[in-house]
Design a protein around this ligand. Structure first.
Ligand code: SF4
Length: 391
C-alpha cells in the first residue's frame, strides 16, 4: 500500500466541563453499569449471536455480520439475524468456504437495504481475509501497525509545524500581544471554570487517525475479497445497499457499526465483549449513533452537532478522563441510558423521569438556579432507582 498522508484532526476539542462535574457524570455512569445485569442486557443485543459460537473464526464472522446489520429496531434486528444464521448453518466459516452454496442458501433473504447476496459476499470476503491473514484480528493488527508507521512518517513535518505555531501563539499570549484573547472556558453544566483546553497531544491525535486509516484499509480488504462496491458507490446491479455494509471511515462518518464490531473483539471478555483481539483498549473509539450523541451532548461530553468521526473522537476523549486505559467501557452505560430513556434532548418531564443522569444533564442542572456545591456533591443512590422503587 502506498504511504498515505495523515492530516491532523482539527476541530476535535476537550469537553468543556469542569473536573468536579465530570466526576459526577462518571459516578452516574459507573452506578448504571454496576446496577445493570450485563448478561440479561446482552440477550437483547446483536452481540448475543456471537456468544452462540465457539470457534474463533466463526465468532469473528458472526460479529462482523451482526454489527453490519445492527441498525433499526432491536426486535427486527434480532429476528432477521436469527433467520440469517439459521440459513447460514452451524459453522459460518465452513459455509463461507463454499461460496456458491452460501449464495444460493441466502438468496431470497432481505434485511432493510441488504439482500442475502450482499451478506453472503460479506461472509465470503471476510473468510478470504481470515485465510490470508490467519484471522480477522491478525489482519486488523497488521493494518493498524502499518497505519501507525505511516502516521509517524507522514505527520512528522505537520506535527513540527503545528508545534511551532502553537508555541508561537502561547508565547504571544504570555506577552499579551495576542490579537485574540484566549476564550474563557466555563463548564457547560455548572458554569464553573472548565479545565483549559489541554495541549494537543500529538501522539494521541496520530493514534486516532491511524485507527481510522486502519479501519478503512481493513474494510477495503474485505470489500475487495468479497467483490462488492466501495462505500457510497453503486454495485454492478445499480444498488447502493452493498456499499453500506462497511463504512468508509476516511470520509469522516462515525463508522458506528465497525467500531461496535471492534469493541466486541477488543474489550476484555465481560459477558458482553469477547476480548479476542490483541489491540489495546485505549485505542478504541466509541461507536456513536443519534442516541449516544444526544446523551453525550446533554452530559457535556461533546458540543459537536453532527454524528461524525470527530464527534466520536471528542466523546472518547472526554471518557478518557474517566478511564484512560479503557474509555469505551462507558459505552454500555451511555447506550443503556440512550435506549431506555429515548433521550429527548430537551427538558421533557415525562420522558426524563427516572433518567439516571438527570441531575447532571445540561437541560436540568441549570447553572443559574443550581448551586455548584449541590450539583457536584457525590450522587445519591436514589437518583439511580426507578421511580416506583424510590417511592
Ligand atoms: S434528563 Fe432527559 S434530556 Fe437529560 S439526559 Fe436524561 S433523558 Fe436526556
Amino acid at each position: 500500500m502506498s504511504t498515505r498522508r495523515v492530516s491532523t484532526s482539527r476541530g476535535v476539542r476537550d469537553s468543556a466541563i469542569c473536573d468536579s462535574h465530570l466526576q459526577v457524570v462518571k459516578a452516574s455512569l459507573d452506578a448504571i453499569r454496576t446496577r445493570e445485569d450485563l448478561r440479561a442486557r446482552r440477550s437483547a443485543d446483536p452481540v448475543d449471536f456471537v456468544h452462540r459460537y465457539v470457534a474463533r473464526e466463526d465468532r469473528e464472522l458472526v460479529a462482523l455480520v451482526s454489527s453490519a446489520c445492527a441498525f433499526g429496531h432491536v426486535k427486527v434486528i434480532h429476528q432477521k439475524l436469527t433467520e440469517l444464521f439459521a440459513l447460514v448453518g452451524p459453522s459460518p466459516s465452513h459455509a463461507a468456504d463454499a461460496p456458491r452454496m452460501l449464495l444460493s442458501r441466502l438468496s431470497g433473504f432481505r434485511h432493510r437495504l441488504f439482500r442475502g447476496d450482499d451478506l453472503a459476499r460479506l461472509l465470503i470476503g471476510a473468510r478470504a481475509v481470515q485465510r490470508e491473514a490467519g484471522s480477522l484480528g491478525a489482519a486488523f493488527v497488521h493494518e493498524l501497525a502499518k497505519a501507525d508507521r505511516d502516521a509517524a512518517k507522514c505527520d512528522r513535518d505537520e506535527t513540527a509545524a503545528l508545534r511551532a505555531s502553537s508555541t508561537a501563539v502561547a508565547s504571544e499570549s504570555r506577552l499579551g500581544r495576542s490579537a485574540r484573547s484566549p476564550r474563557k472556558r466555563t463548564c457547560r453544566t455548572c458554569a464553573g471554570a472548565a479545565a483549559p483546553n489541554r495541549r494537543i497531544d500529538f501522539a494521541q491525535q496520530a493514534g486516532e487517525l491511524a485507527l481510522k486509516e486502519a479501519l478503512a484499509s481493513f474494510c477495503d480488504r474485505i470489500r475487495i475479497a468479497g467483490g462488492f462496491a466501495r462505500a457510497g458507490e453503486r454495485n454492478v446491479d445499480g444498488r447502493r445497499g452493498p456499499s453500506h455494509l462497511l463504512p468508509d471511515a476516511r470520509a469522516g462518518s462515525a463508522a458506528k457499526r465497525i467500531l461496535l464490531f471492534l469493541r466486541w473483539m477488543v474489550r476484555p471478555a465481560d459477558g458482553v465483549d469477547l476480548g479476542l483481539w490483541d489491540v489495546p483498549t485505549s485505542r478504541l473509539v466509541i461507536p456513536v449513533d443519534v442516541h449516544i450523541h444526544k446523551l453525550a451532548k446533554n452530559l457535556g461530553l461533546t458540543s459537536r452537532r453532527d454524528v461524525s468521526w470527530k464527534t466520536a473522537v471528542e466523546i472518547t476523549r472526554a471518557l478518557t478522563r474517566f478511564d484512560a486505559r479503557d474509555p469505551v467501557r462507558y459505552d454500555f452505560s451511555l447506550c443503556h441510558m440512550g435506549m431506555i430513556q429515548r433521550c429527548p434532548s430537551r427538558r421533557d418531564p415525562s420522558r426524563c423521569t427516572g433518567c439516571g443522569v438527570k441531575r447532571v444533564c445540561t437541560h436540568w442542572a441549570a447553572p443559574t438556579t443550581i448551586a455548584l456545591g449541590r450539583l457536584c456533591s457525590p450522587p445519591d443512590v436514589r437518583d439511580f432507582m426507578a421511580p416506583s422503587v424510590r417511592a
